[in-house]
Design a protein around this ligand. Sequence first.
Ligand code: IPE
Ligand code: IPE
Ligand code: MG
Length: 242
Amino acid sequence: MSTETVTGTPVHVSMIMDGNGRWAKERGKDRIHGHFEGVESVRACVEAAIENGVKYLSVYAFSEENWNRPQDEVMALMELMVKAMASEMDALDRNGVRFMVIGNRERLDSGLNEVIDSCMERTAGNTALTLIVMLSYSGRWDILQAASKLAKMAVEEPEKAAGLLAMGQDGFSSLLATAGIPDPDLIVRTSGECRISNYLLWQGAYSEFLFVDTLWPDFRKEEFCKALESYAKRDRRYGKVK
Ligand code: IPE
Ligand code: IPE
Ligand code: MG
């Protein structure tokens, strides 16, 4: 699905939240302190998104590749997810935020999955902003799971599969984990790294990119508003001539 916003406010802003470890290291602290502080930045971006009329905010919280980090960091991050959901959900719900998690949830433990389900159910009817936490996510995983669904459908429900294929790209998009969510208009990566790290490979086909040096724990409202200003100056052509 593509959102043809020409200028102005992006419908969907996505964040590759990078630099937590370096933020902590600069302060002589454990990496996990950076992750904790990063939750504050998510809160600030949620507020700024609502204030500015952004409808979808997705945040890359943990990639499929991040499972290869040291076990203690992975465990601490998973515990932080549960804690953050518990501490933030009242405010998110009060502010009209619909909360979603997208990723390979088979790799998450059952306790975490239960908390996610209850937060998603609780906030399902909210309409101010959709906050999507990309957890155990990777772009290649997403494309592969969509292709697997299509292959299975081709055997079990061939007419349905043919119908989807006839729809072309939108048909395939409907099988992605992000089905129903507009493609990101703007993808921001913090911490000075200029790469996509297996993020929204299909969905980001025509996204605008912004790479900033700020480390994620320092990325707050002001930075978010600056990113929106940068987006507003972009000229999106989608391959056409203007
Ligand atoms: C981003 O910060 C958070 C996750 C990937 C989970 P990092 O943990 O990658 O921080 P740096 O890049 O090492 O500074
Ligand atoms: C990308 O950050 C993933 C997330 C922000 C969750 P990484 O720190 O894992 O990416 P690389 O390893 O620098 O590419
Ligand atoms: Mg990193």
